[in-house]
Design a protein around this ligand. Sequence first.
Ligand SMILES: Cc1cc2nc3c(=O)[nH]c(=O)nc-3n(C[C@H](O)[C@H](O)[C@H](O)COP(=O)(O)O)c2cc1C
Length: 177
Amino acid sequence: MKKFILFLVLAISCSSFAYSQDKEMRKKDLLNVIKTRTSVRTFSKKVAEPKRYVDELLKAAMSAPSAMNKQPWEFLVITDKEMKMTLAKEFKNASYIENASFAIIVCGNMKAAIEGEGREFWVQDCSAATENILLAAHSLGLGAVWCGIYPDKDRTLKLQEFLALPEFIVPLNIIPI
Ligand SMILES: Cc1cc2nc3c(=O)[nH]c(=O)nc-3n(C[C@H](O)[C@H](O)[C@H](O)COP(=O)(O)O)c2cc1C
């Protein structure tokens, strides 16, 4: 009985040591991802199964915090080759999209945003979601870059028109991945 209790105590302390070590490792992994993320603008290889990655990236995006938990974001995923080529031509600051496997356009939904004075918090909410996408992409071994749209008026209106977006959907950026 004594032996059994001793074994049990040993097993519990070993597993809690392993757990705390594992936690420490995961913390380091996250810090490493944050510190090594960098903008990628040239894409050599295409992703074989974009959908698998898109799901993960969007889950990461939607895990971001948002003011009053409004989550005023919408995401457009562009995979169509012709669409990528036209976007690359029309938006010089995002021309890298041409060779990307796909792109995510992060938009603010003004119908979901806070009303009144806090309205502009949508930019911070969508920026947090964007950073999560960039970090998740890096952690999955993908390259990505934030190409700014809003608050540049010309770019914003042009992209809204190009994608036939309703007025209340405001594109914040294009992320070629
Ligand atoms: C709000 C914002 C807008 C950006 N817009 C563009 C852009 O239009 N085109 C581009 O190539 N990079 C763009 N970037 C990426 C920055 O140029 C890049 O993050 C910066 O040079 C730092 O490099 P790093 O991301 O490799 O650390 C943008 C970044 C932010 C945060």
